[in-house]
Design a protein around this ligand. Structure first.
Ligand code: ZN
Length: 404
């Protein structure tokens, strides 16, 4: 993905180089950086959304692509700030090379060969994949003096579908996605990341964030991936546009975590969480792959062993919460309230500023079956104390196999 994002990174750098902008907020625990903000009332009032136009040739109304884009917008619109997007469909005939404050390397064509761009309107379209390029999507920003004026998003694909990113709108099965070793680039995850740029955000380099490796900023349960703005980007939106007093609460958990900053492009790199022994050493693991499909790794445990299990928890809602977190044991990858609870921790605090990745010590039961695979699940707010806008993102898991 580092290679795949290089074109986008180069462009963003070029914009900053040209305009001399470098905006970084360094308040407590905040990792995000921003390029600019929209001029009020845009972003200052949820009733004044930033309008983005989906090109009808790339995103026919009712198509899976339009629906996926619409759902990405809807997910962003549940962020706790005053910022909202509004998606409209726009038929654009012919090409207009706007007079812009930056060079544009070449005109971009959508899959039908139409130029799909106009001046001072925010547009989203699919551009033709160019052989030899490695970028999958790019957001062009016009933001003199830190004021956002225009943002255009281009996704690249080969009109013939032979080279370039293999896009999918499907989130199930999750293991088809690049993040899990599959062949498909998740359009929804990349759309969420690019919409973060449209909101005004730059890349995040120092915590788990949608604005890092967006394709690895994902939740998983019951075989399905989910994309979401996440705590870092949600908190950035609140800092930039203010808290919506009508915002709802939301907590979530994922088995991905921050692992460092990519050397060459500044993206936060994500890796999967792990299971450790009681001293904090990573447990041995093995491939789950069958002959047909890649299934990832599983950690090797013993019956009755005390282990530290690691997950990343986020608050993407209105305010800080203290809730119970339960740890569950399941025989399948659908973690739910009917699974066996083996431990819980009360009073776990979810602030809304920076992401928390933490290990929790639990003891595995003695009655596990040797040789068998289990799903070590986590359930945040297992007492249902918080009324959330999404209750389905409170579950995920790591995989273990009992060796003795
Ligand atoms: Zn980006």
């Amino acid at each position: 993905m580092k290679r795949n994002n290089r074109r986008e990174k180069n462009l963003i750098v070029k914009i900053f180089g040209t305009l001399g902008l470098l905006a970084t907020l360094a308040t407590t625990g905040v990792a995000y950086e921003f390029n600019g903000t929209w001029k009020a009332p845009l972003g200052a009032n949820p009733d004044c959304p930033v309008v983005i136009h989906a090109c009808t040739t790339s995103f026919p109304v009712g198509s899976e692509w339009f629906v996926a884009l619409e759902q990405a917008v809807n997910k962003w619109n549940k962020n706790p700030s005053n910022f909202r997007f509004q998606l409209r469909s726009k038929k654009i005939v012919g090409g207009i090379e706007g007079r812009l404050f930056r060079p544009r390397p070449k005109p971009f064509l959508d899959v039908t060969g139409n130029l799909c761009r106009s001046r001072h309107a925010n547009e989203i379209w699919f551009g033709a994949w160019v052989a030899g390029e490695t970028g999958t999507a790019v957001t062009y920003l016009l933001s003199p003096g830190r004021q956002m004026v225009e943002a255009d998003v281009v996704f690249y694909r080969d009109p013939k579908g032979e080279v370039g990113p293999k896009w999918t709108t499907q989130m199930k099965p999750y293991r088809n996605l690049v993040a899990y070793g599959g062949p498909y680039r998740s359009f929804r995850h990349v759309a969420m990341h690019e919409l973060g740029h449209v909101l005004g955000l730059r890349h995040t380099g120092d915590q788990y964030s949608l604005m890092g490796q967006g394709f690895r900023h994902t939740g998983v349960n019951a075989g399905k991936a989910r994309c979401y703005p996440g705590e870092d980007a949600s908190h950035a939106a609140v800092e930039l546009y203010g808290l919506d007093c009508r915002a709802k609460e939301n907590l979530s958990v994922t088995h991905w975590k921050y692992s460092g900053k990519a050397n060459d492009d500044g993206y936060a790199v994500s890796v999967q969480c792990k299971v450790y022994d009681e001293c904090g050493h990573v447990l041995g693991s093995e491939d789950r792959d069958s002959s047909q499909e890649k299934l990832g790794r599983r950690f090797l445990v013993s019956r009755g062993q005390s282990v530290q299990v690691e997950f990343t928890r986020e608050n993407t809602g209105k305010s800080a919460q203290e809730v119970r977190i339960s740890y569950l044991l399941s025989e399948d990858d659908d973690i739910n309230a009917w699974d066996r609870e083996i431990a819980f921790v009360d009073g776990v605090c979810f602030e809304r500023d920076s992401v928390d990745t933490q290990k929790t010590m639990i003891q595995l039961p003695h009655d596990l079956e040797v040789g068998k695979e289990y799903f070590l699940g986590v359930w945040v707010d297992s007492e249902g104390a918080v009324d959330e806008h999404n209750e389905k993102d409170n579950w995920t898991y790591l995989v273990i196999r009992v060796k003795e």
